[in-house]
Each structure stands twice: as C-alpha cells, then as structure tokens.
Design a protein. Structure first.
Length: 260
C-alpha cells in the first residue's frame, strides 16, 4: 500500500467531510445553539445566583461571565475530539471510507491530515455559532472575543490530533468510553472551567496545567473578558506543542493500524 507523505490533496478529504456536514447542517447547528443556552440558564439563573461574583485578574466578574468563555473552550474540545474519535472511527471501520480513499491518489497521511484539519474546522464553526448566541447576553467582550475564532482552530488541532491518536489504538467504538472517562471528563471538571484553579490543592493545580483544556480555558477567558496579557503566549505555545506531538503520533498510529 502506498505512503506518499502529505500534499494539498488532504483538502479533498476536508472537502468530502464539509459536503456531508452541509447536507445535515440543521442537525449540526442545533448543539452549538442550544448548549450555551442550557448552560447559561442553569449556571446563570441557578448556580450563579448562589455564587454571585468571582475575582478574575483583580476585578469582580459575574459567575455567568466567568464560565461563559470556558464553555466556549469546552465546546472547542468536544467538537474536535468527538469528530476524530467516534465519527472518524465510523468512517474508518463501519463505512470503509478510508479504504475507498486509499484506492485514489490520496496517501494515508493525507487522509488522516484531512480528518484532523476537518475536526479543527468543525470546532471553529461550532465556536462561531456559540459566540453569536452568547454575544446576545452581553457577557463577551468584543472585539477581543473575535480572536476566539482562530483560537478555535488551534485548540481544535490539539484535540483532533489526540482524538485521532485514540482512534488509532482503540479496538472498538465502545472503547472510547475509557479516554472520555479518564481524559475528557477530568479536564471538563478540573481545568478551571467552573471555578478558579487556585481553589484546588497545590498538587492538583500543577496537575491541571498538564491538561490542554486548562490552557485553552485561560486563553478563551482572557479573550472573552478582554484581558490580554503576555502569559497567554505560553498557553498558546503549549497548545501548538501539544498538537506538534500528537499529530505525528496520530499519523504513525493510524498507519500502523491500517497498513498491514
């Protein structure tokens, strides 16, 4: 079986996934629209009334204003990770889409690259939709928040790459429950999403900085609330390096799985 590296032909894979996405766009649009409304209502009208405000960067911020940018970060993670785990696994194993693509001039590296880039693109689309919805509540600082769109692609590449890595090693689609339970859920709860990391013990704070979502949440919160500072470059560098590590690992893992 041929292995010819990566060229711009990977965009054909991206194009194929975009075509399918547009055919069911109404279903794809619903989660990014409804999810922030559910969260904002539950945490804003419910928990937010109990918490009141949180001190962020020396300023008092309403709880709903504090968690809104973090929910956008979680949205980035979910859309990219699940696209390159469950959806990619279905295309690979059940639909045999990858096998069909390998019968064309596309190389395996181009197919996987197209899948990962599509996952990051889907993250960006969902972020744009969610940003529009949240902006109506007046809790997102514009125009700084517009930088969340390119950030969604960067964060999407990180979680798409690690998602594809899990796709390469999971024996069945049911096995994805393991990385979701041991990787996604701890990040969702302990990456500074719903409360400041300073509330955790010191060892837990240090452990949280291993999570890519921690760095994504920090950047989303800073951009969403209009607090730009130099340490954000460190968070951005971490996401880029995370992608740089897991992207080639994902390519290698998928090549090992699919090429006998």
């Amino acid at each position: 079986m041929r292995s010819a590296g990566i060229s711009t032909r990977f965009l054909r894979v991206w194009q194929r996934n975009m075509t399918v996405y547009k055919k069911v766009w109404k279903i794809n649009f619903l989660p990014p629209i409804l999810e922030p409304l559910f969260y904002l209502f539950a945490f804003g009208a419910g928990l937010g009334a109990l918490v009141g405000s949180i001190v962020y960067e020396g300023n008092a911020v309403s709880y709903i204003g504090y968690i809104a940018p973090a929910l956008i970060a979680v949205n980035m993670m979910y859309n990219s990770f699940f696209e390159n785990t469950y959806a990619s696994f279905v295309r690979m194993y059940y639909q045999k889409t990858f096998d069909a693509m390998l019968a064309t001039p596309l190389s395996l590296e181009e197919i996987i690259t197209g899948e990962i880039v599509w996952g990051a693109t889907k993250s960006s689309i969902a972020t744009a939709i969610m940003l529009i919805v949240i902006s109506f509540f007046g809790i997102i600082h514009l125009p700084h928040a517009l930088l969340l769109l390119p950030l969604a692609f960067v964060g999407g590449m990180a979680f798409s790459s690690v998602g594809m890595f899990f796709t390469a090693i999971m024996p069945s689609i049911d096995s994805f429950n393991l990385p979701i339970f041991l990787f996604i859920t701890p990040m969702f709860l302990f990456s500074g999403t719903f409360f400041p990391l300073e509330n955790l013990p010191l060892w837990a704070q240090k452990a949280a900085f291993v999570f890519p979502l921690t760095h994504l949440v920090k950047m989303c919160r800073a951009l969403g609330l209009g607090h730009m500072n130099a340490p954000l470059l460190y968070n951005l560098l971490y996401l880029v390096l995370f992608s740089g590590v897991f992207f080639p690992i994902a390519l290698y893992g998928m090549k090992k799985r699919l090429i006998k």
